[in-house]
Write a protein that binds this ligand. Structure first.
Ligand code: PLP
Ligand code: COI
Length: 341
């Protein structure tokens, strides 16, 4: 199969339309069988629940070309399960796990020409999402839904790639203690848009959100979980019921323990103790692991000892091992790599 004529190494994290996407509709209590379509546009009634009350959830995963030329995805079963959790919390029907994985297979195969080659530094981002489609004017859930999945080739989420970024402690909250921070709902991102525009205007790459109740504990950023490394090489990640359970973070904690022999702990992390860590990184599907060099807390600078030039040594090992597993260079744990046949 001939690849598209794209300068893969120049790709940033931006939408580029690809050939086919998957669509399935839910009506009268059941999903239809689903189809691939070339039509990238959606036409809905003006009063569709998605437009009025933001009944929507989504996922993000990637397809990779391995060294031996296979196309694979990373733990798509966990994306399917998390989307089922998101749907349940938003009063939406669940899209079955086997069907989610079948849709991943179909949509990646249909857009195989857009899967970046091994070693290009780019990947094919897969965006599943679901929304309430029928008209609703009183505040209630829709009863008709659409599940879609499109793909777009992407490069690094942050412009500098592996260069450490600078973030600030946000005065805005991302998630309420008993709200929706733990699911992947578009509404969580809508409320982060002002905060990210403001952060960029002030010269920061991202926001560090604190727990909304006490504003003393580290939660996550707008699009990634935190990983910290202590001065004695222990990997620490914040535990909270209001952050997204990142698949990358869960995988990294396993990699730290089982591949690198490091201690790895999920626990509450206070803002106060951040100055004592040796390394910090943001982890997620889009971010992979982006090193953080500086955190600014209302004018007070916290400079991570790993500096502003390179990834710290432990984060680098985590990065190399995770991407090695994803790209087929390192033997994966059972079930982590899903080959697109
Ligand atoms: N946190 C937020 C708010 C995110 O949007 C994402 C991206 O998916 C993550 C964390 C990382 O999750 P994952 O590793 O499953 O992509
Ligand atoms: C992902 O990493 O897949 C996300 O959804 C994060 C988003 C901010 C691009």
């Amino acid at each position: 199969m001939e690849k598209k004529d794209i300068d893969w190494s120049k790709l940033g994290f931006a939408y580029q339309q690809t050939d086919m996407r998957y669509v399935s509709n839910y009506k009268d209590g059941a999903w239809d069988e689903g189809v691939l379509t070339a039509d990238a546009n959606i036409t809905l009634n003006e009063c569709a629940c998605i437009f009025q009350y933001c009944q929507e959830c989504f996922e993000g995963l990637k397809a990779y070309t391995t060294e031996d030329g296979r196309i694979v995805t990373f733990r798509p079963d966990l994306n399917a399960e998390r989307m089922m959790d998101s749907a349940a919390r938003l009063e939406m029907p669940q899209f079955p796990k086997e069907r989610f994985i079948d849709a991943v297979n179909q949509v990646v195969k249909a857009n195989a020409a857009y899967v970046p080659p091994f070693g290009s530094g780019a990947t094919l981002y897969i965006r599943p999402y679901m929304m309430g489609t029928n008209p609703v004017i009183g505040v209630k859930p829709a009863d008709e839904f659409q599940f879609r999945m499109f793909t777009t080739p992407v490069g690094p989420y942050f412009k500098g790639g592996a260069k450490p970024i600078t973030i600030r402690v946000s005065d805005f909250d991302r998630a309420a203690p008993h709200g929706t921070g733990h699911i992947k709902a578009g509404l969580n991102y809508a409320m982060s848009l002002h905060a990210i525009v403001d952060a960029h205007q002030q010269g920061y790459d991202e926001n560090m959100y604190l727990d909304a109740a006490t504003r003393t504990k580290v939660e996550e950023t707008g699009g990634a979980n935190f990983i910290f490394v202590t001065k004695d090489n222990k990997v620490v990640t914040p535990k909270s019921r209001s952050i997204l359970p990142s698949i990358t973070r869960r995988s990294l904690m396993y990699v730290a323990k089982e591949y690198l022999g490091l201690e790895a702990e999920e626990r509450e992390v206070t803002l106060e103790e951040v100055k004592d860590f040796a390394e910090c990184g943001l982890c997620g599907t889009a971010a992979v692991i982006s090193p953080v060099g500086k955190i600014v807390d209302h004018g007070k600078e916290i400079l991570l000892p790993s500096g502003m030039d390179d990834m710290g040594p432990v984060i680098k090992k985590l990065y190399d091992t995770l991407t090695g597993i994803q790209m087929g260079r390192i033997e994966p744990p059972k079930g982590w790599i899903h080959v697109i046949e």
